[in-house]
Design a protein around this ligand. Structure first.
Ligand code: ADP
Length: 204
């Protein structure tokens, strides 16, 4: 099977249920998934939005999530007072199949300050995962933060995403997280995850 289909079987199970079994006896690869498609269709505990600091909507995946969630999401976002780059805030899912949305703000990629961009992108994944775990959420689906109009190179971003998720799943705080799904939309990100995922989650 292709890598995408290999990892997708787990991802689709995650999409079908928000109740995730105890993680202790499961291998790390069983707790990660990769799917290509529209994140607004996923029935998980939380989808992670690539928002901007206003949290008041935008283009790309942010626009798609607000369209699918309906006006209640924008109304809730208005109460949050924005979000700094590298941080994350939680809302309800409103009309989405997902129970919640985690809004994180990725860095605008700067080649001249690649280290700073990387630290901020890493913080987006880490902060989102900690927020999910602290809120008792067991399944989380990430869009490819910053890889759209914010210009982060897809291959580098996929490495940061995979490394940060792996470290979290192995940490004490990560033990209760049932499954993390990476959602790719465009071919460039599909290729990036096909390359990065087996390095951090080698097929057994
Ligand atoms: P950013 O401003 O953080 O770069 P974008 O929304 O421009 O955010 O892009 C982030 C990623 O979201 C891109 O890789 C884009 O292909 C992807 N994307 C766009 N629409 C969707 C969608 N409906 N579901 C999942 N991913 C999407």
């Amino acid at each position: 099977p292709t890598l995408t289909s290999l990892y997708a079987s787990g991802a689709l199970r995650a999409a079908a249920t928000s109740t995730v079994a105890a993680t202790a006896s499961r291998s790390i690869n069983d707790r990660v998934g990769l799917i290509r498609g529209d994140i607004t269709k996923l029935r998980v505990d939380a989808i992670v939005n690539a928002a901007n600091t206003s949290l008041l909507g935008g283009g790309g995946v942010d626009g798609a999530i607000h369209r699918a969630a309906g006006p209640g999401l924008l109304a809730e976002c208005r109460t949050l007072g924005g979000c700094p780059t590298g941080q994350a805030k939680l809302t309800g899912g409103h009309s989405l199949p997902a129970r919640h949305v985690i809004h994180t703000v990725g860095p605008v990629y700067s080649r001249g300050r690649a280290g700073e961009s990387e630290a901020l992108l890493r913080s987006c994944y880490d902060t989102s995962l900690r927020l999910a775990a602290a809120s008792g959420l067991g399944s989380v689906a990430f869009s490819a933060i910053s890889t759209g109009v914010y210009g982060y190179p897809s291959a580098d971003a996929a490495v940061v995403a995979c490394r940060t998720v792996r470290e979290f799943l192995e940490s004490d705080d990560g033990q209760k997280m049932g499954r993390v799904v990476f959602v790719t939309f465009e071919q460039k990100d599909v290729a990036a995850y096909d390359e990065a995922l087996p390095k951090f989650f080698p097929p057994e």
